[in-house]
Design a protein around this ligand. Sequence first.
Ligand code: 6PG
Length: 464
Amino acid sequence: MSRGDIGVYGLGVMGSALALNLAEQGFDVAVSNREVGWIADFVAEAGPLAARLHPHSEMSDFVAGLKTPRVILFMIPSGVPMDDMIRAVTPLLEAGDTIIDGGNANFHDTRRRAAALATQGLHFVGMGVSGGETGARHGPSMMVGGTAQSWTQLEPMLRAIAARYEGDPCVAHLGPDGAGHFVKTVHNGIEYADMQMIAEAYGLMRFGMGMSASDIGAQFEAWNKGPLRSYLVEITGALLKYEAAGAPFVDHIRDAAGQKGTGRWTVIEALHMGQSASLIEAAIGARSWSSEKALRERLAAQYGGARGAVAVGLAQIEQALMAGRILAYAQGFRILRQAAQDYDWPLDFARIAQIWRAGCIIRSALLDDIAEAFEASGRGGQLLEAEVIADRLQGALPGLRAVAAAALGAGHPAPALNNAVSFFDSLRIASGTANIIQAQRDFFGRHGFERLDQGGQHHGPWWD
Ligand code: 6PG
């Protein structure tokens, strides 16, 4: 009997949470999983929602159990497993059916798959899903890329399960093929930068100002009631308060950060497009260096690992985090703007900011201002030029400068905060030093340059 409104394949953490969310919203959900043993357990643990979950262990039954045109959401590891899955499922599908990849896929793969499946009349949707397990279960933020036709079919279901910000579902159709996965990639890049700056602020308070972990936690909780309000500040406040064996719990965690690659893709794509995501790169570099723990231990012994006292106030650290956050978003949206041009995507930056306001990991009070800024300026706007953002940034910059300078002076690593200052200073000066770069290029390689006072290309007197 074909009764599934949607099929969810892949009952890991995110897949099972999304399936339960869909069932709770009244949709009939066919479910399946590669390890078939999981399927019955999952349904058995679903309580009253089990009535809306229809388990299948064979792919052919799973597909046959869906209403047509079919919609299948795959929540499986990205990369080769997704290509294998497409090969396995497409012979069972018909023109008009939709396959959704809800994983953190590389948008180039999504574009390739969408183009290949379009030749068979199939829709391939790349959907970025943010919010972790809790988000997926009770309301994620979803960034959708795909055909208009597939969106028409998906929209009611996705709006029903999305997080809501003052009633507005945090889901949007952002463009064709890879647009949704690209926006999710940039989301993750901003996530990395914000996390890193919070960690840097923690480091200054703990090792430069002598605050205890729980006092720092209380400080983050206090900041979370003000302009810095955000999920990442909130959870940092919460996690710093845990203790174990008479010590802050965080002191038991090895200081070597992991990463799965999406932040890195943001930087790679930015560079490909002639842009820079330097703040995000700083965060990735910091994670990479952190994982070289043995080398750090040797170098600390060789050079001395001491960090000095920093003479800054907590209000300045709050400002530094605010300014850094604004500048990280500014970089993220500049990358989105370039991608919209290069890939001819109709990205609506105000809408992107709006759907990040609830459900996702980078949700923050600042996104309200960012949405307002882009509503006023439209697609061509630069975040840093928007009045509402400029006011905030001007107010927070003195704190950012003071904190970055204090960190440098006292030997505290703050690569993201330091980078934020340099990014801003590079953009805010009307006359920079790139004339020297141009002169050097011409001097050694006759590359030519433009003059301020004349048109055309020129060479320097060193070639006369
Ligand atoms: C989200 C997150 C999520 C991501 C994790 C882990 O939006 O819910 O971005 O998709 O997978 O944050 O990322 P890393 O392992 O790379 O830190």
